[in-house]
Design a protein around this ligand. Sequence first.
Ligand code: ATP
Ligand code: MG
Length: 451
Amino acid sequence: MLLSKYFLPVLKEAPREAEIISHQLMLRAGMIKQQSAGIYSWLPLGLKVLRKVEQIVREEQNRAGAVEVLMPTIQSADLWRESGRYDDYGKEMLRITDRHERDMLFGPTNEEMITDIFRAYVKSYKDLPLNLYHIQWKFRDEVRPRFGVMRGREFFMKDAYSFDLDEASSRAAYYRMFVSYLRTFDRLGVKAIPMRADTGPIGGDLSHEFLILADTGESEVFCHGDYMKLDVPGAGLDYSDDDAIAGIVNDWTASYARTDEMHDEALWGEVASGDQMNARGIEVGHIFHFGQKYSEPMGAKVTGPDGKDTPVYMGSYGIGPSRVVAALIEAGHDDNGIIWPASVAPFDVGLINLRPGNEKTDTACGSLYDQLTNAGFDVLYDDTDNRAGGKFALADLIGLPWQLIVGPRGLENGEVELKERATGERESLTMEAAVNRLTEWQSATRARFGG
Ligand code: ATP
Ligand code: MG
């Protein structure tokens, strides 16, 4: 992509209403534009990151055996009357009346609708287990939308729903999602810790929130230092092996990890003080097992092997890709701007031409651009006639993993400069060596983060 042809409306200063760094940087880097309180347009650079996050989430859902559907944003109130939640949900639900005076709503979540889909088609235990998910915009009329897309009113969510014949298989389905979340956040290049969460009126111990540690997080986190060392299962894991999956969940839930909401001072006191980590975190995922809460009132039953009908056991599993984008910035930035994890960076390389119009730099940049693009790199080529200082500042701000800097002086020695954003390290090397370095990084990145 040529910067001169791109749409990257960067701002010199962050608007004053942006309180936290991710919001400031997303506005400055031209990733989002606010349209109303808590409602944003995603501009090209932001959209690229959002799509990459979405794709990783999708791949890991698929790997764990979930099947993608797409449900609408607008739902009929009648479904929610069946479950009893239409009146309970309160002001967070955006209620709409259509021209025929029918009550509709902008979906804040989809338990009712997915249960309706399930009951329309699935009648036998032989069709289970089943897990259906979609990645769709949600609306919750939050009292205090704030921090940009971190707590929006319209936001993007992956929500999966599992259906099983009994409690035990439902638990196994929950564990598969738990493990798929570990893999998802690992591929997103960030540490997310599962914490025991409130199950509300349903009870049981099966609800976990996944939190990314960051100073600006809304939740206070208490967790054992062990979580920093635990291994995340590789791509080869076998999701059909219930025992192995349960073993992984066991490892990841053995030590204390809770947010302030669930914190228990007595249990916390049992953790050696050297192991206690007290930090702040951002909730990026939440998984929940709720059994027959919706299937029972909505009549979603299956016939078991014994010929008897039972309401199906369900769980739901959410991740907010739009919040994840902001959370990744909270976890990865410095004074100059964003530092993206390689797996979701909007471009891999920023190619900087220090003297556009100069035949040598233009030719060298043209050649590097073609070579890298052909090798599968996503390159943002700064071919504008902005000053060098401005180009460097922009490249740092938008946080691409690499900057490849081409100027007339270097070229006289046959050299270009390669700068790694995360470390700030710069190196002068030949064009060929630079391409090789990037290619090595690309393979290592694919091995580390790839599917
Ligand atoms: P919170 O406690 O932060 O209000 P929640 O518990 O209401 O969130 P869930 O219903 O568990 O949210 O939603 C699943 C996921 O959707 C969350 O983990 C988060 O990633 C995302 N999400 C929820 N609400 C918002 C929001 N207002 N803006 C952006 N993302 C959100
Ligand atoms: Mg939650």
